[in-house]
Design a protein around this ligand. Structure first.
Ligand SMILES: CC(C)=CCC/C(C)=C/CC/C(C)=C/CC/C(C)=C/COP(=O)(O)OP(=O)(O)O
Ligand SMILES: O=P(O)(O)OC[C@@H](O)CO
Ligand SMILES: [Mg+2]
Length: 232
């Protein structure tokens, strides 16, 4: 099946709970050359903050996807290309695997044609996402590869996401996930801070995701990571 992310190299993740850097505007953010913008964060995200970012980015050409961290922050906006819905495969309990999803489907009327699946393998125990979901991050390359294969083959996930949020990951583990996949697209995120780190991880994944750099160093630094990803 043809999905938009088959052609992506770079995704920029905007955290609605964080400010843009310096005098950066959302127009600048949308013109970094990134292939798509994912809007989401683990902590202190609200529907109102989500709406503010979606509205500010709506008039530019880059596709916008919401990545909700719980059902309460999902917003209904025609400016959104779709929803990327995480499932944390190595979560400590079922809530972040099927529980939140069950609640969402119970209370909301989903647009299934715009709803897509992202299988998270959370790798940095210090990250908010690891702590919130009580993820078991003590995984070997074989474990990561096996989770990736289970996600693709047994759970039909469209995207597998090796998540090192806040730290640069182990390329051997990322490559193991990449090798395990035939159909799903491998997203890598965590600690990308310039051309070199982007270029290196892009060689071991399908799509790299850049997050905190946008808020900490701004659009010029992000543009370097786009180059690194495109050159890989
Ligand atoms: C069923 C629905 C609609 C939602 C549930 C979705 C799930 C399982 C969420 C759990 C995983 C999660 C919180 C994903 C959010 C995306 C993410 C990992 C953002 C990055 O967060 P961090 O960078 O760790 O956090 P902060 O920057 O907020 O500290
Ligand atoms: O913020 P960073 O470390 O770039 O991580 C990006 C993304 O994977 C977070 O969900
Ligand atoms: Mg973050």
């Amino acid at each position: 099946m043809n999905n938009p992310w088959d052609d992506w190299d770079h995704v920029l993740k905007v955290d609605p709970d964080k400010e843009l850097y310096g005098n950066d505007t959302f127009e600048d953010v949308c013109r970094t050359g990134t292939d798509a913008i994912e809007i989401g964060g683990t902590l202190d995200v609200t529907a109102e903050k989500m709406t503010r970012v979606v509205d500010a980015a709506a008039e530019y050409d880059v596709p916008l996807y919401q990545e909700p961290s719980n059902p309460g922050v999902v917003i209904d906006s025609p400016a959104l290309e779709g929803y990327l819905i995480p499932t944390v495969f190595n979560a400590g309990g079922p809530f972040w695997i099927t529980g939140a999803h069950k609640e969402w489907v119970r209370i909301d009327d989903l647009d299934w044609s715009r709803t897509h699946t992202e299988a998270y393998i959370v790798m940095n125990p210090e990250a908010s996402v690891a702590q919130l979901t009580e993820a078991d991050c003590d995984l070997s390359a074989d474990d990561v590869a096996a989770y990736a294969k289970v996600a693709e083959r047994m759970f039909g996930q469209e995207i597998v996401y090796v998540e090192y949020s806040g730290m640069f990951g182990d390329t051997e583990k990322v490559a193991a996930a990449h090798d395990a996949l035939d159909e799903a697209t491998l997203f890598y995120g965590g600690g990308i801070h310039g051309y070199e780190s982007a270029n290196e991880m892009a060689a071991h994944s399908d799509v790299i995701v850049v997050g905190d750099l946008l808020h900490d160093e701004g659009v010029d630094a992000v543009r370097e990571t786009v180059k690194g990803a495109k050159d890989a």
